[in-house]
Design a protein around this ligand. Sequence first.
Ligand code: HEC
Ligand code: HEC
Length: 173
Amino acid sequence: MPSSITWKGLAILCASVGLATLWIGNTASDDDAVFPLPRGRALVNECGSCHIVYAPGMLPARSWRKMLAELGNHFGEDVILLEPVRLALLKDLEDMAADGIFADMRMRRIAGSVPVNTAPQRITETAFFKFMHDEVPKSYWQRKAIGIPGNCAACHPRANEGRYGEREIRLPR
Ligand code: HEC
Ligand code: HEC
């Protein structure tokens, strides 16, 4: 029978390890943080030349809809897509979005953390991202090897494959 000391110890441990760990523990059974990418090459080819390939499961469908409707002014860039390519990509993004039909528990949590009346265009501005990266010291983000917070691959070497598992995290010097 567990003594009260054990439970107290557990509580202290949880508190010191931090909420982020709890959050992970609650959402992932295998703790691999894999965000699948669409089967086709469109996302990689059309959206992976200027920055890493952001996984659809990181934002709700309404964010992707807004983004793909406003590609003429995409963070100051004019992203040109053939209409059939744009429509196919939109469908993939919607299906695999954080609130899409293929979303897993982790993604649903992300979706749930985005206020319903908003369609954030940056993963890095979502509450989920801020919460997940709470423990990364501020000074890290200024390092040259990172450049911008959206450069996920600087610390998640397999971000381009949608892999964000804790075991693979590397903090560059
Ligand atoms: C011509 C270059 C270019 C292409 C092509 C491009 N983007 Fe971007 N994207 C940018 C720039 C520039 C930013 C802003 C980078 C910064 O300053 O953080 C950005 C930012 C983003 C962000 C926000 C990242 C964050 O900070 O969380 C997402 C999501 C995104 N792009 C998705 C896409 C998708 C989806 C496509 C394909 C339809 C695409 N991008 C194609 C240039 C591009
Ligand atoms: C400066 C390095 C750095 C950058 C850049 C970065 N991350 Fe992270 N990320 C971390 C660290 C460190 C953790 C582990 C946080 C923890 O467990 O307390 C983490 C955790 C995560 C997790 C949770 C993993 C899990 O096991 O549940 C996800 C998902 C994630 N990051 C996504 C992203 C995305 C998407 C981007 C880019 C838009 C990004 N990260 C950019 C350092 C970074």
